[in-house]
Design a protein around this ligand. Structure first.
Ligand code: IMP
Length: 398
């Protein structure tokens, strides 16, 4: 039951919580695209850690985490996250990174910032982590892969060529930054597709953890206001080196409303106090940049398209509790010149301690069932609070 988890909106749907919840059913958790533009906060007892690169499964001892070839990897961020995790007592020795993943260099971060600056009011609103420029170099066939980075001769040759095209970074600075990081990376770099193939032969279940969301996909998203990788489920195969015949399920995560960070179209965006309430109650501030997230109503034609693009078999609806207390809740059911909404009466009850679907307030159940019927995809789980256990399962999950 190898499964892919993907965000069905513009990211921040709560994938980390679902990965954490489902990871006991898996032996491997693999990231397959994006980089440290992603972010999720994990809670370990009374300790809180924000991870941007290391897969969410790292807190489970029995899970082996893998950073696949489709990821762009900032070695400085990886080493800092591993240090932090080890200080918290988490064993990170099983983490493996693909030897053919591409490296984010300081040069890429600078280029990300200066490209955004040049765009002025047209800016994408990137996380400025160097994600786009690193993928540009990868596609341009001049990138630095992990295997290049950990080989001093190849690394130095490539750094010289990068420095030649930069006014900000000298070869000496780049090499001084790279050498100690390369040493740390060397021990966990390997042929991850081969490792995963062995896992498949041994029937050890694998969870592929997507980052960002479907409408940030470079092809299917609201271009050019997108990230620079494919975020849809299909990307898991190329980004991990696993054939599609080995995947059984696609788990899509969607919030009960909608948020977006950065620029770009957002038809159901709210500019009133309801939007502010959702932002405040939902804690809608970016885990990576701290930027406030734009908030709006759920867009069902968009969600239906997302289920189609990803081939979703299981849907998890998250943060339903954030809507408690609103007098009315709207969902977009069509797009004409303006969005067309269906209005639902809200519910005032606190739902965070409810664990059975039947115990939810009737208006809340109606909201969920309407969504399910519209998108024609089973809602298998509803998250009703930030707590690991604050979930309602509808039937057995797998
Ligand atoms: P980049 O990925 O840093 O190039 O940013 C491109 C767009 O994707 C910007 O609008 C970012 O705000 C958005 N973005 C990137 N990663 C995430 C994420 O993990 N959650 C939400 N938005 C993201």
């Amino acid at each position: 039951m190898n499964s892919i988890i993907v965000g069905l909106q513009w990211g921040d749907e709560g994938k980390g919580k679902v990965v954490d919840l489902l990871s006991p059913s898996f032996r491997y958790v693999v990231r397959f695209q994006g980089g440290n533009n992603a972010g999720h906060t994990l809670v370990l007892g009374d300790q809180v850690i924000a991870l941007h690169l290391v897969p969410s499964g790292i807190l489970r001892k029995e899970v082996q985490c893998i950073i696949g070839n489709g990821v762009v990897l900032d070695p400085q961020v990886l080493v800092a996250e591993l240090d932090k995790l080890e200080k918290m007592g988490v064993d990170t020795s099983l983490l493996r990174i693909s030897s053919i993943a591409h490296i984010i260099l300081p040069i890429h971060r600078s280029r990300d910032s200066s490209q955004e600056e040049k765009l002025g009011s047209q800016k994408i609103g990137t996380t400025k982590r160097g994600i786009g420029p690193t993928y540009e170099d990868k596609i341009g066939r001049r990138g630095m892969r992990v295997c290049d980075f950990i080989d001093p001769k190849i690394r130095q040759e490539k750094l010289r060529s990068f420095a030649q095209n930069s006014s900000e970074h000298s070869y000496e600075d780049l090499e001084a930054w790279s050498a100690p990081l390369a040493q740390k990376l060397a021990s966990c770099a390997c042929d991850t597709p081969a490792l995963l193939h062995d896992a498949i032969l041994a029937k050890e279940p694998i969870l592929f953890e997507g980052a960002q969301g479907t409408f940030l996909d470079i092809d299917h998203g609201s271009y050019p206001y997108v990230t620079s990788s494919n975020t849809v489920s299909g990307a898991a195969c190329a980004g991990a080196g696993v054939g599609p015949t080995h995947i059984q399920y696609v788990i899509g995560i969607a919030k009960a409303y909608l948020t977006r960070v950065g620029s770009g179209p957002f038809a159901t965006e709210l500019f009133d106090e309801v939007g502010e309430t959702i932002q405040r109650v939902g804690g809608e501030f970016g885990a990576t940049t701290g930027r406030p997230r734009r908030c709006g109503w759920l867009d069902l034609p968009q969600l239906k398209r997302s289920c189609m693009l990803n081939g979703v078999t299981h849907l998890c609806l998250t943060k339903l509790d954030v809507l408690s207390g609103l007098e009315n809740i709207f969902v977009c059911i069509d797009h004409q010149e303006d969005p067309i909404y269906k209005k639902f009466s809200g519910w005032s009850e606190d739902i965070t301690n409810i664990r059975n679907f039947e115990d939810l307030p009737q208006n809340c159940r109606e909201y969920i069932l309407f969504i399910e019927d519209f998108i024609k995809t089973p809602i298998k789980m509803v998250s009703v609070g930030p707590d690991r256990n604050a979930n309602i399962f509808r039937g057995s999950f797998f």
